[in-house]
Ligand binder design. Structure first.
Ligand SMILES: Nc1ncnc2c1ncn2[C@@H]1O[C@H](COP(=O)(O)OP(=O)(O)OP(=O)(O)O)[C@@H](O)[C@H]1O
Length: 451
């Protein structure tokens, strides 16, 4: 039989140790004993068999339980249940503040003690699970997901990452193109930074100097010399996000940089050699843009050497739960597991996710904000609720705020403009607003960029 979890019992009283040893052994735990705080500290650090939990007496001669808790690194490496007896309630509260999970009065009732130990162990493994998930999310370029499509993407990234060739990353809005770019940069082993430029968010008039930099006095307002993003990515990777929105004349300049591997700052005379790997991302159909004369064919060929497509989330349902779990871990507190209500997984699969992974992340964030005490429960209505279909305006707000009503209206207006204008630039023209501002509103409202 597999030995049960190791419980480190810390008490100076041999009688108590003996009684606890018997009780815990009977319950299937593996007791380990320490008669002083110093001995406990040593056992906690044992690299081969660290205990799963520490049951700690507060009153001990020499270093007390509280003193030991105070000096252990935080967060505590193992859950701690304290035994308070002669110790005052104030000391027990102090122990909880120092990170103990629970306290049990001495002499403990067997039932109360075993429940406390089991709860603390369950909490400990939840914490570990959360740490693991957060770790997964924070690892730069790590792609979460169990679908065959994600696995294929990971393999492709490992293969093409180390080359210097340009990569064109395509996929709907929010599918994770930027995350794929981070993965490619990491796999490239290039020493420099990954610098991202969003070609749709920067006004067309500023994009050139943003990319290529300028010399002092190159234009009115150029009060100092500025290096462009291409140069900032020296030795690293430049991600041109929303490339389909780059104005035609800049496309020509970009092509020159790709061919000559040199940039010319605005107002500058000497070209600067650059060693930069170019990645481009777009949700647009560039072949169509080429046909319609909005995108240069030569640049398209140059960038399309290694096309990499990120499929929409609705085509890879196996990724839904792993992603939901990492986002739950990201937003919810350490004691909050994700609980799936009956029908929740089916609802996730049935929903078309027009905003893809970003939308799923928003759903998890909203769920966490609306949660009271208790677990983060994903119910089917979390995704089936109509998103932002505005009710006919009434003079009352109902259960929604003024701001939410206004945002609903804005969402519908922008959605319609995107549909009719066929791109952000087209929608901006229809609405007579600045393209960069419109782009930011689209993101803030959680709308898909794709018409
Ligand atoms: N496989 C994944 N694993 C973990 N996080 C992901 C994954 N895919 C997407 N995300 C997260 O979802 C969000 C949206 O992803 P990202 O910004 O990369 O999408 P995008 O395709 O570049 O969007 P856009 O077209 O709007 O620029 C980000 O918070 C990103 O970290």
């Amino acid at each position: 039989m597999k030995p049960g979890p190791r419980i480190l019992i810390v008490d100076d009283d041999p009688g108590v140790l003996r009684a606890l040893r018997g009780l815990l052994g009977d319950e299937g735990f593996t007791p380990v004993e320490a008669r002083s705080a110093a001995e406990a500290a040593r056992l906690l650090e044992a690299p081969d068999a660290p205990p799963a939990l520490m049951l700690l007496d507060l009153r001990m001669p020499g270093e007390t339980g509280l003193e030991l808790l105070a000096r252990l690194p935080k967060p505590l490496a193992v859950p701690v249940v304290v035994l308070s007896g002669e110790a005052s309630p104030a000391e027990a509260v102090q122990a909880l503040k120092l990170g103990a999970t629970d306290f049990v009065e001495k002499p403990p009732s067997a039932e109360r003690l075993i429940t406390a130990l089991r709860n603390a162990l369950a909490l400990g493994s939840l914490r570990e699970e959360r740490e693991r998930l957060l770790d997964e999310l924070a690892r730069p370029g790590h792609l979460v997901g169990d679908s065959p499509a994600m696995e294929a993407l990971r393999q492709l990234i490992a293969r093409v990452g180390p080359s210097d060739t340009a990569v064109l990353i395509t996929g709907e809005t929010g599918t994770g193109k930027e995350r794929v770019a981070q993965a490619l940069h990491k796999a490239s082993g290039r020493k420099g930074r990954l610098v991202a430029v969003n070609c749709a968010a920067i006004p067309a008039t500023l994009l050139e100097s943003e990319l290529f930099g300028h010399e002092r006095g190159a234009f009115s307002g150029a009060v100092a010399r500025r290096t462009g993003r291409v140069e900032q990515a020296q030795g690293g990777t430049l991600l041109l996000d929303e490339l389909g929105d780059m104005p035609l004349e800049l496309q020509a300049k970009l092509l020159r940089v790709l061919e000559t591997r040199q940039v010319e700052r605005l107002g500058g005379t000497l070209p600067v050699p650059v060693d930069v790997r170019i990645l481009a991302a777009t949700h647009q159909d560039l072949t169509r843009a080429v046909k319609e004369g909005r995108f240069r064919q030569d640049l398209f060929f140059r960038l399309n050497v290694l096309p990499l497509h990120v499929p929409p989330l609705r085509e890879r349902p196996e990724d839904l739960l792993p992603l939901a779990r990492v986002f739950a871990a990201e937003f919810a507190g350490p004691r909050t597991p994700l609980v799936l209500a009956p029908g929740a997984e089916a609802a996730l699969r049935a929903y078309p996710w027009p905003g893809n992974v970003r939308e799923l992340r928003n759903v998890m964030e909203r769920l966490n904000l609306l949660r009271g005490e208790g677990p983060l429960e994903l119910r089917p209505d979390a995704v089936t609720a109509p998103t932002g279909t505005p009710a006919a305006p009434r003079a009352t707000l109902g259960d929604r705020s003024y701001r939410e009503h206004v945002e609903d209206f804005e969402r519908e207006l922008i959605r319609a403009a995107l549909q009719e204008g066929e791109s952000i630039a087209g929608a901006a023209r229809l609405l007579q607003v600045d393209r960069g501002n419109l782009y930011r509103r689209i993101k803030a409202l959680g709308l898909p960029v794709t018409p």
